[in-house]
Ligand binder design. Structure first.
Ligand code: 48F
Length: 261
């Protein structure tokens, strides 16, 4: 090692440390798909409670729909009661009046990511969850591959990580629940047993139902944020983020209770 060139040392450091991180997370308590605001709050809360938490994010930059504020104007709005969750991450907000706070979207995205990591969650970015593992009627893990492999449609087999709980935080498409319903043919806890699909814009109702719709869907599977709303047929709410933060907090509590039984 001492005689190694700088090039060997740097490459070796990255490869060894990455594979150490990867290998120690082949079986986790909670696998979270999607590093949007709801997934990141859930990751932070569950890791803070001592659970082994891995987040898989298909994009290079975690943060989901946070970065762009509203129509690329990089300010975010949250309700007064949700601002407290951001303050716990050390993220600053400014009272706006009318029951709302505003904050910088870049501070929100970076603060949520850093908060989840500092709490002990591990984030694998550029990794796409392409399928789920089912063992005897229970959702039991994720099938993962590099997102560039998926985007280039390369014929490359994936790897698998087993989980005690799997959270769909994939936002509007609820991709993971879709695999469970449409590919595995399983029923989930919704009015039809399937995915009702998101309704158009109604901010107030969408914010309320996002939190109400956040729940365990079947053994081993949970949904938060817009994924939860899509499954239960809730309205979309656009650039107001309090419901996402509260949804992440709610699902972390539900998962923690289930895993502690
Ligand atoms: O959509 P997203 O930000 O999730 P969220 O927590 O928050 C929704 C809000 O951002 C916004 C809104 C607020 O009012 O309506 O839309 O519900 O983040 C979802 C993340 O999941 C990733 C995706 O790249 C995004 O960063 N993702 C989606 N499918 C996969 C995935 C997949 N199969 N594997 C890995 N990551």
């Amino acid at each position: 090692m001492n005689n190694a060139t700088m090039e060997e040392q740097i490459s070796g450091a990255i490869v060894r440390r990455f594979f150490k991180k990867f290998e120690s997370n082949l079986a986790v308590d909670v696998a979270i798909v999607g590093a949007g605001p709801s997934g990141l709050v859930a990751a932070h809360d569950l890791a803070s409670m001592g659970f082994r938490v891995c987040v898989y994010e298909s994009k290079l930059a975690p943060g989901g729909g946070t970065w762009g504020g509203g129509m690329l104007m990089n300010e975010v709005v949250v309700q007064d009661d949700a601002a407290q969750i951001l303050h716990e991450f050390g993220i600053r907000t400014e009272p706006y009046g009318g029951g709302y706070h505003t904050l910088d979207s870049v501070e929100m995205a970076s603060g949520l990511i850093f908060g989840a990591l500092k709490a002990g969650a591990v984030i694998f970015n550029s990794v796409r969850v392409e399928d789920v593992v089912i063992h005897e009627g229970a959702v039991s893990g994720v099938v993962i591959n590099w997102n560039p492999v998926a985007r280039l449609e390369m014929h490359v087999d994936p790897l698998v990580v087993v989980s005690r709980a799997l959270l769909d935080g994939t936002g509007h498409p609820s991709e993971i629940v879709s695999k469970v319903v449409n590919k595995a043919g399983m029923q989930v806890d919704s009015p039809t047993g399937g995915i009702l699909g998101e309704k158009p814009m109604w901010m107030e109702d969408g914010e309320r139902t996002t939190v109400e719709n956040t729940k365990r869907l079947c053994p081993g599977l949970y949904a938060s944020g817009m994924a939860a709303n899509n499954v239960q047929g809730g309205f979309r709410m656009g650039p107001i983020f309090g419901g996402m933060l509260k949804s992440g907090r709610k699902i972390a509590k539900i998962i923690a209770e289930d895993l502690s039984k």
